[in-house]
Each structure stands twice: as structure tokens, then as C-alpha cells.
Ligand binder design. Structure first.
Ligand code: GTP
Ligand code: SPV
Ligand code: MN
Length: 594
């Protein structure tokens, strides 16, 4: 695209300055066209970043293998550089913004030598929606450009709407300059990584990684970390939540949202195939929701994204057929295995693995190999429009009305299948109380329990204690019609370490109970920790759950819960004077009920 007068001066100046700082060889303004996408894919194939998949089985789709040291979000290298450490709060890494800018400026200096600087104007949210926000990402990774075209509304459609001050600058470099005689590699990156947010000036600088949330800056960096700050200031919420439409057999529809930590089941719940006859599920979003109360006090949500960047392992026709169908064509797969006929495979995709594969590192693999064929955080990137159950309202500018909010985590013990909060304050407390076992979505140990309030631990752009207060205050808005709040857990295990609950499509049974609670047609039964389904109100018809399993699924073990409340009270001390007083009241009330 020609740099013409319709481009805001501030944007032109920024691009010019970055091009000089990074010593980029050329500048490419992305128009977002299919022609541009195809030509970038060809270039990625030439550079061996993309392996084209067999067009007869997986048309217009590609496999990328990352550098083995660049496979997930790097939380230790992620910073919130507010003016003071207190504003970033105890759960974020902080560094002085001026010092950090100096350091980053040094890193970006000449970082794009020999490379093309791509300019990606994009919108988070449907263009024209009062909830949508613009960003402009600069990157030296064509893989990132292709991914951003799937994940956001990008190119000329966004550029047309930019002014001098309605967009967030998102600066990205893989940090791998092509100095003389150095041949490019398929996945350039740098061992030194910095994912940095400046909340006051609303800027993002990301260096060294080409993977996922580290590099597709519209996603976690903008739509959660920076957006959470905007939301605090403007009176709305930016959340790590799926949005799903649930229709009952009578044709009545309600929308729900759910926050689960990374790799804990959002994509699966967002597009589940109900096991209950007559019920229908439709997807609005699978990872991020921007939420506000409208003038009538109705809670509404939009999905700021336009695609799915979903976990591959475990995705199968049995567990998530709608994801599998979304991936039939026009998809990018990263770090999965390659079959001998040029298709993709990952653990859990089929019951029986193929006899031979090339694993995610490009090495021969057979079922006898004692390593995983696909990297545990391998992912697919695909347009939401390809989802067979995409909701007709998913592009709605005003967002869909929300009837229930779910929180949950990956907990093998203690937490029942579903609990209903007593009221908004208790529900906010439940959101803050999420603990979960860590997953491969971030680098570091897997399976370790940690507190992950609202599933936002790695994504909140300001002091988490103030974020708790913001949630409480949202419920005090005039005329706000407050939806009920739930805590769910699909991952409780029995003594033999087996899941008590079948999960996936069977989770529709829990959604049905929540739906009917909103209709007031079923009853909850009070326990010390919240309401659980009154016997007979959770539809388990045809499930063949034995009575003991059902008891275990809902068991509230007082001793374990006293421990749970102690651990929580202890964790909350971290927030000092930023902890809302209401949370101490909730802890006291919980202890008394126990
Ligand atoms: P992010 O994209 O990282 O935010 O993850 P996500 O929350 O969308 O998680 P996703 O739905 O991709 O699920 C992650 C893993 O959990 C997959 O391997 C799933 O197979 C598994 N999983 C999802 N739902 C269930 C469930 O109901 N029961 C069980 N046992 N596993 C599940
Ligand atoms: C997550 O980690 O929650 C993800 C994947 O959704 S990433 O985009 O890499 O953050
Ligand atoms: Mn996520």
C-alpha cells in the first residue's frame, strides 16, 4: 500500500522513527487482502517457516515449527511498567518505565536489520462497535502478520478509521537481525525476551519471541493487560473469558461467560456439542470478553478477537468436533506433528496414533518413541467465521446480553462440580479465589497449584487488589441487573486419580442447570460454600454416574475447606491495603458457615 495522506501524521511519524531505530530494510503497510496473505505464505514457505499441508486433506493450511525455546508465554519476562511498583501490584513484574524504555530502545536498535518492517493496523472488536478499539502493530515477523490477519480485523478496514490518537502502538521484534552473511532461520527469535506494557502511556513493546501471546500483541497484551487499565478508567471490564449462547429445547436463548485459566477448557466449553437432546450451543468467543452494563443495566459482552488460537492436544472429533470442523481449511498449526500424507496430528486427536510421524521438532516419531509428537502448548490459528456453530450475533456491535458468569479452574480435589454464589459480592470473591494447576500455556513447571484470581493472574495490567474493587464496584452501578455467578470444576478426581466427571459435551448438563436457575425453574440447596443443585435438579439422565461418584462430585469436605479458606486469607494478605474490605468479610462469613 502507498503511504498516502489518509494516514494520520502521528502514525506515519511513529513508523518512520521505528524504521530508523530498528534499521529495517523496507517498510510494508499491510492492507489485509487475501493477495497479501497468500504472498506472505509463499514467502514463509520459501524460508521454511511454513510447511504447506497436503491440499487435498487440509487445503490452504500450514504447519510452523517454532524454535524449541520459544513455545509459550514467558510470564517471568512480562512487565507492567507503571509509574510506581504499587500501581503494578504484587502479582506483576515491574520496572521503572524510563529505565525499561532505555533498555528496550537499546535492544530494538538495529534489531530489524535486513528485515521487512510490517505495519498492521487492526481493530479489537467489530469495526464500528462502540466497544471496539484500534491498535497498530509493528512487527518484523511475517508469521505474526498472517496470524494477526486471522485473529483480528486488520489492514485497510482498520486503517481507514485511525486518527492521531485512537490507537494503541504495539511494537514487536523477534530480535534477530540479518546482518551480512547470516542466513535466515525458519523461526527467528532471541533468547532474551521482554513483553512490556506501559499502562499510563498505553504502549506495548515486545522483544525476542514470535510465539502466541508474546507476539500477537492484540491478544493478551492489548485486549487484556492494556484493556484492563482502560476498562478500569472507563467503567467496564476486560476479561479472560469465553462467551457462549445456550438455547433450550423450547428455543429460549441465554448467553453465558466463563473465566478459566489458560488451557483449562474455555475453547472446549465455548463450542461444545451438548450431550443433552434438544439443547444448542453457539460460540461468540473462546478467550477474551469485553463487558459493560448498557443503559438499561443489562450486562453485555463482545469478543474482541476474530479468530481462535486454540490448544491442539486433546482436541478430537469426540472431545470438540466443532473445533475439528473449524480446522478443515485455511488454518495455521504451530508445533504439532506432521503425518506421512502431509496432514497434522497431536496427542488425543485419534485414539490410535499413526505408525509414523515427524514430531514437532521435525524428527522421526513412532508410537514407541518416549516423547510427545506435538508440543504440549501446540496450537491452531483459525478464523472464527469457520466455526460451524459460530453465533449469529458474534459480530454484534453492542454485544450479547449476559445471563450468568462462570469461574473455574483445574482442581483435582476440594472444589465441587458447580456452586452458585449467594450474591454479587460473594461471586466476585469466588472469582478472586480461583486456584488452578499450571499448564503448558506458560513456560515453567506444569501441574503446580497457584492462585489465579479471575484467571487473570498473568493478564491484569494494574494492581490486582484494585481490580477486585473494580469488580465489586461494577455491581453497584445504578440499575445494574446482576447476573448470577457460579464456580465450576470439571477436573475433580477420585482416589485412583481418574476424573469424576466426563466433561466436554457432558458439561452441557451443568449449563442446563445454570440456565434453569436463571429461569427460576430449578432450586439450589445451600452449603457453607454456596448453592449446589438440589437433588434431582442436575440432569444426569443417561450418564450412568454411580451414586458414590455423584456424592464425591458435590462433597464439601469441611476440613479441606477450612484449609482452603486459610490459604486464601493468607494469599489475600499479599494485597495489603489494596484488598477490598468486603473480601475479609467474605472470608469471615465463610469460616462461620463452615
Ligand atoms: P487457552 O487458550 O490457553 O486460554 O486455553 P482454554 O481455556 O481455551 O483451554 P482448552 O479448551 O483449549 O482446553 C485445554 C485442555 O483441557 C485441552 O487439552 C482439553 O482437552 C482439556 N479439557 C477441556 N475441557 C475439558 C473437560 O471438560 N474435561 C477434561 N477432563 N478436560 C478438558
Ligand atoms: C493463554 O495462554 O491463555 C492463551 C494462549 O490463550 S496465548 O495467546 O499464547 O496467551
Ligand atoms: Mn487464554
Amino acid at each position: 500500500m502507498q503511504v498516502n495522506n489518509s494516514i494520520p501524521k502521528k502514525l506515519k511519524t511513529w513508523v518512520h522513527d521505528v524504521a530508523i531505530l530498528t534499521n529495517a530494510e523496507t517498510v510494508h503497510w499491510c492492507d489485509g487482502s487475501e493477495k497479501e496473505y497468500d504472498s506472505l505464505c509463499q514467502q514463509l514457505i520459501k524460508n521454511k517457516t511454513f510447511i504447506p499441508l497436503n491440499p487435498t486433506v487440509r487445503p490452504h493450511s500450514f504447519l510452523a515449527r517454532s524454535n524449541p525455546d520459544d513455545v509459550a508465554r514467558v510470564e517471568d519476562s512480562t512487565y507492567i511498567c507503571s509509574q510506581t511498583a504499587e500501581e503494578a501490584g504484587p502479582t506483576n513484574n515491574w520496572s521503572d518505565p524510563t529505565e525499561m524504555k532505555t533498555k528496550l530502545t537499546m535492544l530494538f536498535h538495529n534489531s530489524m536489520t535486513g528485515r521487512t518492517l510490517y505495519v498492521i493496523p487492526f481493530s479489537m472488536g467489530p469495526i464500528g462497535s462502540p466497544m471496539a478499539k484500534f491498535g497498530v502493530q509493528i512487527t518484523d515477523s511475517p508469521y505474526v502478520v498472517c496470524s494477526m490477519r486471522i485473529m483480528t480485523r486488520m489492514g485497510n478496514q482498520a486503517l481507514e478509521h485511525l486518527t492521531d490518537d485512537n490507537w494503541i502502538p504495539c511494537l514487536h521484534s523477534v530480535g534477530s537481525p540479518l546482518v551480512e552473511h547470516i542466513k535466515d532461520v525458519p523461526w527467528p527469535c532471541n533468547p532474551e525476551k521482554y513483553i512490556v506494557h506501559f499502562p499510563e502511556t498505553r504502549e506495548i513493546w515486545s522483544y525476542g519471541s514470535g510465539y502466541g501471546g508474546n507476539a500477537l500483541l492484540g491478544k493478551k497484551c492489548f485486549a487484556l493487560r492494556i484493556a484492563s487499565v482502560m476498562a478500569r478508567d472507563e467503567g467496564w471490564l476486560a476479561e479472560h473469558m469465553l462467551i457462549v449462547g445456550v438455547t433450550n429445547p423450547e428455543g429460549k436463548k441465554r448467553y453465558m461467560m466463563a473465566a478459566f485459566p489458560s488451557a483449562c477448557g474455555k475453547t472446549n466449553l465455548a463450542m461444545l456439542t451438548p450431550s443433552l437432546p434438544g439443547w444448542k450451543i453457539e460460540t461468540v468467543g473462546d478467550d477474551i470478553a469485553w463487558i459493560h452494563f448498557d443503559k438499561e443495566g443489562q450486562l453485555r459482552a463482545i469478543n474482541p478477537e476474530a479468530g481462535f488460537f486454540g490448544v491442539a492436544p486433546g482436541t478430537s472429533l469426540a472431545s470438540n468436533p466443532n473445533a475439528i470442523k473449524s480446522l478443515e481449511k485455511n488454518a495455521i498449526f504451530t508445533n504439532v506433528a506432521l503425518t506421512d500424507d502431509g496432514d497434522v496430528w497431536w496427542e488425543g486427536m485419534t485414539k490410535k496414533p499413526p505408525d509414523h510421524l515427524m514430531d514437532w521438532l521435525g524428527k522421526d516419531w513412532t508410537p514407541q518413541s518416549n516423547s510427545k509428537a506435538a508440543q504440549p502448548n501446540s496450537r491452531f490459528t483459525v478464523s472464527a467465521a469457520q466455526c460451524p456453530v459460530i453465533d449469529p450475533q458474534w459480530n454484534s456491535p453492542e454485544g450479547v446480553p449476559i445471563s450468568a458468569i462462570l469461574f473455574g479452574g483445574r482442581r483435582s480435589t476440594v472444589i465441587p462440580l458447580v456452586t452458585e454464589a449467594f450474591d454479587w459480592q460473594h461471586g466476585v470473591f469466588l472469582g478472586a479465589s480461583i486456584s488452578s494447576e499450571t499448564t503448558a500455556a506458560a513456560t515453567g513447571a506444569v501441574g503446580q497449584m497457584r492462585h489465579d484470581p479471575f484467571a487473570m493472574l498473568p493478564f491484569c495490567g494494574y494492581n490486582m487488589g484494585d481490580y477486585f474493587s473494580h469488580w465489586l464496584n461494577m455491581g453497584k452501578k445504578k440499575h445494574a441487573k446482576l447476573p448470577k455467578i457460579y464456580y465450576v470444576n470439571w477436573f475433580r478426581k477420585n482416589k485412583n486419580g481418574e476424573y469424576l466427571w466426563p466433561g466436554f459435551g457432558e458439561n452441557s448438563r451443568v449449563l442446563k442447570w445454570i440456565f434453569e436457575r436463571a429461569e427460576n425453574t430449578v432450586e439450589a440447596q445451600e452449603t457453607p460454600i454456596g448453592g449446589v443443585p438440589k437433588p434431582g435438579t442436575l440432569d444426569i439422565s443417561g450418564l450412568h454416574l454411580d451414586a458414590d461418584t455423584l456424592v464425591e462430585l458435590f462433597n464439601v469436605d469441611k476440613k479441606a475447606w477450612i484449609q482452603e479458606s486459610e490459604s486464601l486469607a493468607n494469599y489475600f494478605k499479599l494485597f495489603g491495603k489494596h484488598l477490598p474490605k468486603a473480601f475479609n468479610d467474605e472470608i469471615d462469613k465463610l469460616r462461620k458457615r463452615l
